[in-house]
Ligand binder design. Structure first.
Ligand code: CP
Length: 323
């Protein structure tokens, strides 16, 4: 029988970050505060530190990425680490090498952290069970299941604009069923105590009843957005839906696209978020995506400081564990 897996140590500090499941409010608050500490004023040089001096961080991405991969690399470099960026599809895995042989190979090169994006559920935990005792695994996205640093950076962005999570109504809209972003946002925001979390989707994109505990479900976008403080838009995850080519983008936009008229139904101070990549004209119009209520670009910047915070936390906990 496989032994239970824990991504935290006996003191509740992170050894790996694979999911936000089981991560308590105290640790999330600590990571948000650490990330906020790295935020610099607009126009200033980016933050730098030596928390990862001497470390090597390897990005192993088996699915496309712009934001997550680039921000993990910048986060590692800005904290003093060396980095390896392996395009998994161009690595020796394409010649039949197993993931674990790839990991063992890089571990011999003294990699300290593996950041992994993969479409196969469970691969992150599998790797974490096999790495050496001082090596950490961070998820940069696991199938439709989990994208923990995205959930954290979304929470950071909301905190910067809204302060207290307690009174907030957050509406997440789109292909919830296939979205790891929605799952990690739900986990982070319910742990942080938002007043109400709503999910809005057509029936084919609504998750099963056993998921998204406590969330209010809406088929009608106009109803789900009414009075919302935060509107988080998602793209259709066509790569995870068999026959998704049949989804009509024009019809989808009519029912689930965020337009200025729809946004007017939300709270007047509502903020608009999107994890990217966006499909303009499908789930969101350009005037909203580039408009005054949009924090979509802020989310990207927060991705770097949030990933710096996670890496720095792992370094601090490793120092604390050292004899
Ligand atoms: N939000 C996000 O995960 O974007 P990328 O796929 O570009 O990394």
């Amino acid at each position: 029988m496989t032994s239970p897996f824990s991504q935290t140590d006996a003191h509740g500090r992170l050894r790996h970050l694979i999911t936000l499941d089981g991560i308590g409010r105290g640790l999330i608050e600590e990571l948000l505060a650490r990330a906020q500490g790295y935020v610099t004023p607009a126009g200033a040089l980016p933050p730098r530190g030596d928390e990862l001096a001497g470390w090597t961080v390897a990005n192993l991405f088996a699915e496309p990425s712009t934001r997550t991969r680039a921000s993990f690399e910048l986060a590692a470099v800005r904290l003093g680490a060396d980095t390896i960026n392996l395009d998994v599809m161009l690595s020796s895995r394409a010649k039949g090498e197993s993931i674990i042989d790839t990991i063992y190979t890089l571990q011999e090169m003294q990699v300290d952290v593996f950041v992994i994006r993969d479409a196969e559920p469970g691969i992150h935990e599998y790797v974490a069970r096999h790495v050496g005792p001082s090596v950490s695994v961070i998820s940069g996205g696991e199938a439709h299941l989990s994208h923990p640093t995205q959930g954290l950076l979304d929470a950071l962005t909301i905190r910067q604009c809204k302060g207290d999570f307690g009174p907030l109504v957050v509406t997440i809209v789109g292909d919830i069923r296939h979205s790891r972003v929605a799952r990690s946002a739900h986990r982070a925001l319910t742990t942080l105590g938002v007043a109400e979390l709503r999910i809005v989707a057509p029936p084919a994109m609504m998750p099963g009843a056993s998921e998204f505990a406590g969330a209010r479900r809406f088929e009608s976008f106009d109803e789900g957005i009414a009075g919302a403080d935060v509107v988080m838009m998602l793209r259709i995850q066509r790569e995870r839906i068999a026959g998704s080519g049949t989804t009509d983008s024009v019809e989808y936009h009519q029912h689930y696209g965020l337009t200025a008229a729809r946004l007017a139904r939300a709270h007047p101070d509502a903020i608009v978020m999107h994890p990217g990549p966006m499909n303009r004209g499908v789930e969101i119009t350009s005037d909203v995506a580039d408009g005054p209520q949009s924090l979509i670009r802020r989310q990207v910047g927060n991705g770097v400081v949030m990933r710096m915070a996670v890496l720095a936390h792992l370094a601090a906990t490793r120092r604390a564990r050292a004899p």
